[in-house]
Design a protein around this ligand. Sequence first.
Ligand SMILES: [Ca+2]
Ligand SMILES: [Ca+2]
Ligand SMILES: [Ca+2]
Length: 264
Amino acid sequence: MEKTLCAFALTFLVSITLLWAQEENYEWKRTYECRLKSGSIVVDGSGDEFAWQIAPEVGEFTRFQKKGDLVVEHRTTAKMLWDEDNLYFLISVDDPDIWSTMTIRDKDCLCLEETIEIFIDPDGDGKDYAEIHINCLSTINDIWIPQNNFKYHDGSPVDWTDLYAWTQEGMQYAVMNHGTVNNKDDIDNGSVFEFALPWKGFGKIAGTANTPPKPGDVWRINVNRYERSRNGDDNVELSGWAPLDLRSYHVPDRYGFVTFTDKH
Ligand SMILES: [Ca+2]
Ligand SMILES: [Ca+2]
Ligand SMILES: [Ca+2]
């Protein structure tokens, strides 16, 4: 009888653990099938190409700094495509007040103002991932992150100048703003950001990933956003595709699972 009770308790415990694990996956896991591009894409900040029209969106973005209140006030949508040369992004933000002052690449974190941030861990090992920022003035930060504890692989602290010195070689990018930039007296519609990232441009960040990927390969990717009031009142909305529920975007084990397919 005692053994039976023990077995029952163990089964119950395992079931609860499995249920918890399923819920954990349900809540956090985001997946996307990245399709092969159909026809040409011009990187101009307009998603009017046929390829973009038929590409699916990754899904709703959620804000993550407020537990229990994940619905964003400012909507963001994202799509991805690929071909043998590039990984493409089309990211669209609703924004009633488009603003930024930073114009120099790789100088200061664009997160101090408003920015879109793409995180890419090609081989999904949680190390050597790319962080690419863009703002409405088409200013770029492209940054190599060796590990999310901001240490090199030998354990020594990172030199941020070295990290910012990494370049996504050959990256094309463009922004189209629908509204007036840096004019708070009217209401804007938002901005569209378009990227083509050459596979070879990932360099050391690719790790063990195939470049270009093979159909079926999975890369870990997230797209995040800082939407910020410019009144200096600390009113900021942090949101992302893969919800992190933390005050950091550097959680590579929770980035979305992007599977490359040869379907169009
Ligand atoms: Ca375009
Ligand atoms: Ca804004
Ligand atoms: Ca750089």
